[in-house]
Structures are given as C-alpha cells and as structure tokens.
Design a protein around this ligand. Structure first.
Ligand SMILES: [Zn+2]
Length: 471
C-alpha cells in the first residue's frame, strides 16, 4: 500500500553557467551552431592540449553558492571522473570530488521548511550523440560547457516539494545572472534520487536515480511513477534494485538504463593538468556584493515597504525584467499600486506564456508608463481610460499623450459624478431595488450606466461608493 511508505528524495541539479566561453578553453558556449564548430583541441581532448580553468566560471559558481547560503571552500581542486562513453572525448570528465567549491547551503520553501544543499561543484559538460538514419554522430559543441552541480540533502518529502525546490533554484539562478536556466535547451537538468521506507522507519530504503529530467512538470510525473513502481515492488515482497532510470516523456513511463555505478567505479583522482586553486575572502566579498536583491527578499519588500497586496507582489516578483520595469516606473514617483495594477491587468493580458512575461519585451518605456500612471494617480483619467490608453501604447509604441484626448483628461468633478449616479439610480429602478434587496451584482448595471454616460471618464470605484450611499 502506497500509504504505508514515505518518500525520501534528494535532487542533483546541473545548471549551465552564463559564461560566454567554455570552462577550460576559449570556445563559445552558444547554443546550437553547426556540429563540431565550437571546438578546439582542449574540448576535443586531443593529446597534449592543456586545460586552463576559467576564473569567470569559478566566480559564477561561488556566486551560486553565496546565493544559496553555502560556505565557500577557500582552497579547491579539480578531479578526473573516469568513464567511457562516446560523448566524452577524453574518457574522463573533469569535475570535483572531495573538495567542492561550495558546501552546506539551503533553499527555504514557502512552508518555511529548508531543503539542505550538500554541495555545489563545477564540472564540464559532455558532447551530444545525434541519432540519425545513417547512424549515430557525435557533436562536441557542448563538450566543455561549464556546469555546476547542485546536490541537495535527502530532505524532499513529496513531488510538490521537489517542484517548489527546483523552481526556486531556477528563479535564484536567473535573478543573480548565474544561468538563464533555459530548460528546453538543457541549461538546467535534474537527477532525482528517490527511495521509499516504511512510515516511522529511520533507515533509508534503496534508492534509484532518474536522470536528466528537463521540466518541472516532468519531475512531478517521473516521481509519481517511480513512487508507484517502488511501492509495487515492495508490496510484492521484492527488493528495489539500485539503478539508473530515465523518464520517457512520450510514453509517460520510467525506463531502466543501467545498474547504478558507485563512486569507486569512477576511479576519481586529482586532475594533474590543473593546479589547485584558491579564492580569498576579499574576492568572496566582492562576489557577494554583486548579488542583487533575490526574489523572495523582493517579494517581502514589495509587500512591506511598497504596500502592494500579496496578490500583486506574487504576480510581479518572479519576473526579473518585469520587476526592473516596475521599479523604474515607481522611481519616477508613480504609485506602486496603480503601476502594478496596470502591469498585471493590462500588460499581462497580452501575454499567453510564462516565457513572454519573463522576456517582457514591450514597446512602452518606463518614462511613458510613468507619465500614464501619474495621470491616473492624479485622477486626471479613470482606470478604464488608463488601461485603454496603455493598450494603444503597447500596440504602437507611441506615448500616452498620443491617445489621451482633452475630453479624457477632463476629470468628472464631484457634482457631475453625483448627478450621473443619481440619474443611474432613477433610470434603473429595478437594478436599484435589486441592490437594496441584496442582489449585489446589480450594482454593475448602475455603475455601467454612469461609465457609459461619462464616456468612461468617471472613476468607477468612486461611482460605486456614491451609488451605494444613494441606495
Ligand atoms: Zn575548446
């Protein structure tokens, strides 16, 4: 029975660092390109070619460690991890074994639970096998692309926690410019280590590793499948075998790849071609200072200092470019609330994907947006007019003044608004009665009447207040 077991899970996440060049040579890390064009003797592992560790890669990895609350090892070295596979030209991968750059961090989930981070080390990516009708080819463009591997503690107890943990990792990496984490390009891949044990047991069950999962949805799906599979094995009195699995997205199933290697199989030893290296406190402080406000701190500040609702803060904070735009607008003195509302209600209405919100490629400058928000702040225009104007601005790239007519700008003064509200109540006796007798949505009929007769200039919230007082 599934309910008899609890899950124990740790995740290893490979993240491609945002370095323009590879970890041990000057070759480009650009995605794609003709096969084997971003290669040199170092990334091809030709005899005599000597790797030189990129200082940029070390800095980015340290930055990742600091952003994830790790301690930084002041002295570190690279190791050779030996295995034979056609995508690995040297027959070893240069990685780190017993002296990783960063140790002992954590990510805090919304529940307050911390998922520990055991270590972060740097390593090179392998090449890629391309299977075609004429056979299998190898593209070494990816060989030597710099990666960090972030290893979590086995603190994850549900697939949902796994999803939240990896989403938060991604957000932090992107915010701090450590990686773009474009999962569809393989810039972030997760290996899920998972085992089951009886509730209350304090020994771990045998774990399996499901490798290279490349979306948050697939992490949850693969974990649910693997939990079900292991539970069925245990229920039948069997034992789970330590093995490496793959999640087959098309068939939505878990497939066994091979029995799992132990550390001994890799015959790790220190890389003789790269000297030990160190990093000093001054450099670490320098890197720490380069880390911007992180997403969860930003969310806090938006709520506590700017007075945004949790709803608004939640819709802004995950998108770095949106936050930059929002902050540029409010820095001119526009109110945070109206700015946030216009972004979330009007600008976001034109986006259908998360990617579009992340890119936030719009034709309105922060200055023009600020001008529009200020008209709204000063009640020179209604929210409806502001929203309509903003849509035109987004469409054409022209400024607010191109679309706001003098008529729009004439504020409906208090006497006029009162008269409009009285007229709405008189001309819609049924709606007025409905509101009085508790059918509250009838208020929209009355408000609509006011908005129509003011040609959208009236402040609808103010109109509602007056209508209610009249009733
Ligand atoms: Zn190279």
């Amino acid at each position: 029975m599934l309910t008899d077991y609890e899950m124990v899970c740790g995740i290893e996440t490979h993240v491609e660092l945002a370095s323009k060049t590879k970890i041990f040579c000057g070759c480009s890390t650009a995605f794609g390109g003709e096969p084997n064009t971003h290669c040199c003797p170092v990334c091809l592992g030709l005899p005599g070619a000597l790797p030189v560790l990129s200082s940029e890669v070390v800095r980015l990895a340290v930055k990742a460690g600091l952003a994830l609350n790790c301690s930084i090892n002041l002295h570190s070295h690279m190791d050779r991890k030996n295995y034979t596979y056609p995508d690995l030209p040297k027959a070893y991968q240069i990685s780190q074994f017993d002296e990783p750059l960063c140790v002992g961090g954590f990510v805090t989930l919304d529940s307050g639970k911390r998922i520990g981070i055991t270590r972060i080390h740097i390593e090179e990516d392998a090449g890629k096998l391309v299977h075609g009708s004429e056979g299998t080819f190898v593209d070494y463009n990816r060989a030597g692309v710099p990666l960090i591997e972030i290893v979590s503690e086995p603190d994850i107890s549900t697939p949902e926690e796994a999803r939240e943990y990896t989403e938060k990792l991604r957000l932090i990496m992107r915010y701090a410019d450590i990686s773009d984490c474009r999962m569809q390009e393989g810039q972030m891949r997760c290996d899920v280590n998972l085992s089951l044990r009886l509730h209350g047991s304090d020994t771990f069950g045998t774990r399996t590793e499901t490798k290279n999962i490349n979306s948050f949805g697939n992490i949850v799906k693969a974990m649910n499948l693997e939990i079900g599979r292991q539970a069925a094995v245990l229920d039948a009195g069997g034992t789970v075998i330590r093995e490496t699995m793959r999640y087959d997205e098309d068939a939505n199933r878990i497939v066994s790849m091979r029995s799992k290697e132990g550390f001994d199989d890799y015959r790790f030893f220190p890389e003789p071609d790269i000297p030990r290296f160190s990093i000093d406190e001054a450099e670490i402080n320098d890197i720490r200072a380069s880390i911007p406000e992180l997403p969860f701190e930003k969310r806090e500040r938006y709520i506590k200092e700017l007075g945004l609702s949790e709803y608004n803060a939640d819709h802004l904070y995950r998108y770095k470019n949106v936050c930059a735009f929002f902050e540029a607008v409010i820095n001119t003195g526009a109110t945070p609330r109206n700015t946030a509302n216009l972004i979330i209600v009007t600008i976001f209405s034109g986006f259908s994907t998360e990617g579009e919100k992340e890119d936030f490629d719009i034709r309105v400058t922060a200055q023009e947006m600020a001008k529009l928000v200020k008209y709204l702040d000063e009640k020179k225009i209604s929210m409806q007019t502001a929203s309509k104007t903003l849509l035109s601005m987004l469409e054409t790239g022209e400024g607010a003044d191109s679309f706001i007519s003098p008529e729009d700008l004439t504020d409906v003064d208090a006497d006029e608004l009162l008269a409009l509200c009285q007229k709405a109540v008189e001309e819609n006796p049924k709606a007025a009665d409905d509101v009085r007798s508790g059918t509250d949505k009838a208020i929209n009929v009355l408000k609509g009447h006011v908005m129509k007769n003011s040609r959208g200039r009236a402040d609808s919230a103010e109109a509602e207040r007056i209508i209610r007082s009249l009733l």
